[in-house]
Design a binder for this molecule. Structure first.
Ligand SMILES: *Cc1c(COP(=O)(O)O)cnc(C)c1O
Length: 358
């Protein structure tokens, strides 16, 4: 039986040809394709600068360092995210401070942030989960009111918007182009900013702290992108609107027909890009039973995320015992159904039929 996959990289001849051109060009590492990808990505996000890096985790780490986040600093973030968000904070030497999420959007609850601010708080790092942006008006005014940096984890939300403004344009933006993301380069990442100084720091940290080759003004990494990745990214950028429209159409189809579980909530003024179509299995029923039943029917289901970050073994000893009731509940109830652009009409009909049997 043909399984319906939860995600599938959307690769066409355009990507294939773009990679072959780079291989023939002699420029395999960071070169002209990367520069062009940065320019076009900055235009997409409506920002002055975009800095390409090796992956989304690097983007987060560089963004934190370029915002001078380091030892002794606290960074307010969500416990309901991929571990990379928090690993980046920890590797910058800072302390993550968790604030619980909203139960409808699964994003950080802006009402709870001010209570978590201390003298050590340096930045707020919201995650635009599943393709829907956070409550940015509130986050911006809290950040401005307390003199905090705002760093967006937009790894799941390329081309998402809030009241007409693009993800990654509110503070320092970070993106991932991992194979399953809405725009993919296999591995890859990007940082976006309107601030000249932040952009320059990011470029230096990406490449051993150099502006001029072999003159090292600060400590840096090798977090560069390859032109092979950038070429795939450029091809994907050219098709992003089409791919995002497909995701939206698939989500609309599911929204109009799914009854048996709680459908996703889209807030007023949000341009949702449907990285995931995430429903809640509740009312006394068990999510894991639902997942098993769908798997048996040939449908792959994702659980993002089964364990909230503050309960992960790797950091329990670092942060002590914190309780985030909404995140902990959602970790038990959410499941993501396939919504990617390569689903057929028959796949969508099967998903609806099987979900409504739950
Ligand atoms: C994918 C992802 C990342 C990390 O990106 P990589 O490219 O895999 O390093 C970070 N945060 C979130 C929310 C993600 O979904």
């Amino acid at each position: 039986m043909n399984r319906i996959q939860i995600s599938k990289p959307d690769v066409t001849d355009v990507e294939k040809q773009a990679v072959m051109e780079v291989l023939d060009s002699g420029f395999l590492a960071q070169g002209p394709k990367t520069a062009l990808f940065e320019e076009q990505f900055a235009a997409l996000c409506d920002v002055k600068h975009a800095i390409a890096v090796s992956n989304g985790t690097c983007a987060l780490q560089v963004a934190l360092l370029a915002n001078d986040v380091g030892p002794g600093d606290e960074v307010i973030t969500t416990p309901f995210t991929f571990m990379a968000t928090v690993n980046a904070i920890l590797f910058a030497g800072a302390t993550p401070v968790f604030v619980d999420i909203e139960d409808e959007t699964f994003n950080i609850n802006a009402d709870l942030i001010e209570k978590a601010i201390t003298k050590r708080t340096k930045a707020i790092l919201p995650v635009h989960l599943y393709g829907q942006m956070c409550e940015m008006d509130r986050l911006q005014s809290i950040a401005a009111g307390h003199g905090l940096r705002l760093i967006e984890d937009a790894c799941q939300s390329v081309s998402a918007s809030y009241k007409g403004r693009m993800a990654g344009s509110f503070g320092t933006g970070t993106f991932s182009f991992y194979a399953t993301k809405n725009l993919m380069t296999g591995e890859g990442g990007m940082i976006t900013t309107n601030d000249d100084e932040t952009a320059e720091k990011c470029r230096m940290i990406r490449s051993h702290g150099m502006k001029q080759r072999y003159y090292h003004e600060r400590i840096g990494y090798n977090f560069r992108m390859m032109d092979i990745q950038a070429a795939i990214g450029l091809a994907q950028l050219g098709r992003l609107e089409t791919m995002t429209t497909r995701r939206s159409e698939n989500a609309r189809y599911l929204n109009q027909r799914i009854e048996a579980v709680t459908r996703p909530t889209v807030r007023e003024g949000r341009g949702h890009v449907w990285h995931q179509y995430t429903v809640q299995v509740n009312g006394g029923r068990k999510r894991d039973d639902a997942v098993r039943q769908l798997n048996e029917a040939g449908i792959d289901v994702g659980i993002y995320y089964p364990v909230p970050v503050h309960k992960q073994q790797s950091i329990l000893g670092l942060i002590g015992d914190v309780h985030m009731p909404v995140a902990e509940k959602m970790a038990m109830e959410v499941m993501s159904l396939p919504v990617h652009p390569l689903l057929s009409e028959e796949d969508l009909a099967t998903i609806v039929k099987e979900v409504n049997k739950l």
